[in-house]
Design a protein. Structure first.
Length: 301
């Protein structure tokens, strides 16, 4: 294991971002990370206030689309989640600070890296053909999850003062990243104790081709959760959506999925939450606005 970790460290290109004031934490960027079976990855890691002046160990929050989390200059649409500010805000409400590991999306490969492989494999031919149109290559989310839960987590736990247990490890993302977060907590209950599946893109096809509700797509998801999710066993999942732009298509999927969670013994308000934000659009400013609420619910003790 030590050799594996050392090899991984050797592959990481480190750029130290100038430290912020101690009361705001600090960011570190890793420009290129090689991961087996995946396009080159990139990381931005936020260390909370006090990390550098103590020997405290911290729980960890892994987040997809890391380029859209902290810094406008890295963002796709000049909008960010402001994840560090959201964490600082909930820390003021008594939530324990977490290290945030932002994993950048790999450009054109984002869809095929985030589309849960079991959903793709179970899709009927017409739906799979639409998935293939946007994927542009083999679906690799199984390799991505194996890397997230394996080599990446091992390196983070070896390189930073973390608490590596399941109850101290969360994962979060929006849209396709929301699907990936639900996939992670369902398929790897040994690793992830909390997941935020924000504005999850349940239609699972290109946004320009979403025309309405597809019962075949819903059947893929309900079957996936029925086979994979299991009882909560101490895990916690947040799900939500808005009602405008792309989020307007999500309610017919989300409501039955909520029912699937309940059928499997998940208690709403305790084990899972599912909320609707009237008027909220499918974009980073909307997710930033509700991220403190998400973190306060998801990361509470």
């Amino acid at each position: 294991m030590r050799r594996i970790l050392m090899a991984l460290v050797a592959l990481l290109g480190l750029i130290a971002v100038p430290a912020r004031a101690e009361d705001a934490g600090r960011l570190i960027e890793y420009e290129r990370v090689e991961a087996a079976g995946l396009p080159p990855q990139r990381l931005t890691i936020w260390l909370p206030p006090g990390y550098d002046s103590s020997d405290k160990r911290y729980p960890v929050l892994y987040m997809h689309d890391g380029h859209n989390l902290f810094d406008l200059k890295n963002s796709n649409f000049n909008k960010i989640w402001a994840a560090d500010k959201a964490m600082l805000r909930v820390m003021g409400q008594g939530i324990e600070p977490r290290i945030i590991v932002g994993i950048w999306a790999p450009g054109k490969d984002r869809f095929r890296q985030y589309l849960p492989r079991p959903a793709y494999d179970a899709a009927p031919p017409a739906l799979k053909a639409k998935m293939d149109e946007i994927a542009g290559g083999p679906v690799i989310s199984d390799a991505y999850l194996a890397w997230l839960a394996g080599p990446l987590k091992a390196w983070v736990d070896a390189s930073f003062r973390t608490r590596p247990g399941r109850d101290d490890t969360a994962i979060a993302g929006s849209s396709m990243g929301g699907l990936m977060s639900c996939y992670a907590i369902a398929a790897r209950p040994d690793v992830y104790g909390q997941a935020a599946c924000v504005s999850s893109h349940w239609p699972a096809i290109g946004p320009d081709t979403v025309k309405g509700f597809n019962p075949d797509t819903l059947a893929v998801w309900t079957s996936f959760f029925d086979r994979t999710l299991g009882a909560p066993t101490g895990r916690r999942v947040w799900m939500d959506h808005g009602t405008a732009t792309l989020d307007a298509f999500y309610a017919p999927y989300q409501e039955p999925i909520d029912g699937e969670f309940a059928k499997l013994g998940w208690q709403r308000g305790t084990d899972f939450e599912s909320r609707v934000y009237p008027g909220a659009e499918h974009e980073e400013n909307a997710w930033a606005a509700r991220l403190p609420e998400i973190l306060a619910w998801l990361l509470r003790r």
